[in-house]
Design a protein around this ligand. Structure first.
Ligand SMILES: [Zn+2]
Length: 243
């Protein structure tokens, strides 16, 4: 289902269900042996080499706003503050950063529309996934039942410890299902909470795929804020677009 791919520019993890036939180019950067993985410049170089004319990067703020890659948010050089980007035109690549938070990829084959979201606990609580489905419906009339999701590498439910206040907020916003109490603390699995939100919006359970990788358990491949700290320097790039 997932495969580490590489070329002369760098390495990335690819979700194989969206093969070349779909026209999608998608991935999450993976550390090089002994190195930190691709820089933003290298990801842009990779995109350029694949034939993308435009790269759209968000200024992520742990919220629920989703913007279209095709609207006028991008003039003036300042990227919009948002945690989700959707698009349908060929040649445009969306780009976000993650390091424990979930990179959420979505695709609607009928219209060729795609979306890329950054979802930490705040994004889950505020409903960035639901917002993306609303935005996709507004952009292309897509129905949620035709949307496929891939929840990429992120911190797993055995590694992600949170305090009781955050746990209560997630339980109120979504469900207690993805939360495991452990003494005073809880362990949260954001990739169990996100499918609950998706299915409540009409997404089919069979169209939701979850990465086998945890950023902390597989720290040799991925950056993890919990494992490494220094989030400003150590992070992965997640990208999605259509050619
Ligand atoms: Zn883990």
């Amino acid at each position: 289902m997932e495969k580490i791919t590489e070329n002369e520019t760098g390495r990335w993890l690819r979700f194989e269900n969206w093969d070349a036939e779909s026209g999608l180019f998608q991935g999450v950067t993976v550390k090089s042996p002994g190195g930190w993985g691709m820089s933003e410049e290298q990801v842009r170089e990779l995109a350029d080499g694949k034939g993308f004319s435009t790269v759209r990067r968000l200024r992520q703020v742990h919220g629920s706003r989703v913007v279209s890659a095709e609207e006028g948010h991008w003039s003036g050089g300042n990227p919009p503050e948002a945690d989700g980007i959707i698009g349908s035109l060929p040649g445009v690549l969306g780009l976000i950063t993650v390091a424990d938070c979930v990179p959420v990829f979505l695709f609607e084959r009928g219209s060729g529309s795609w979306g890329l979201l950054h979802a930490g606990w705040r994004g889950v609580e505020s409903g960035v996934l639901t917002e993306s489905l609303n935005a996709l419906r507004a952009l292309k009339g897509c129905s949620a039942e035709n949307v496929e999701f891939y929840l990429g590498p992120a911190i797993c439910g055995n590694c992600y410890e949170i305090g009781p206040e955050v746990a209560q907020r997630l339980i109120r916003a979504v469900s207690a299902e993805g939360l495991r109490p452990a003494g005073e603390k809880y362990y949260a699995d954001l990739r169990r909470l996100l499918p609950i939100q998706a299915e409540a919006s009409g997404v089919k359970a069979g169209n939701i795929f979850t990465s086998a990788y945890c950023t902390r358990c597989h720290n040799e491949l991925f950056h993890s804020w919990r494992a490494e700290g220094q989030p400003a320097l150590r992070r992965m790039w997640a990208f999605l677009g259509r050619l």
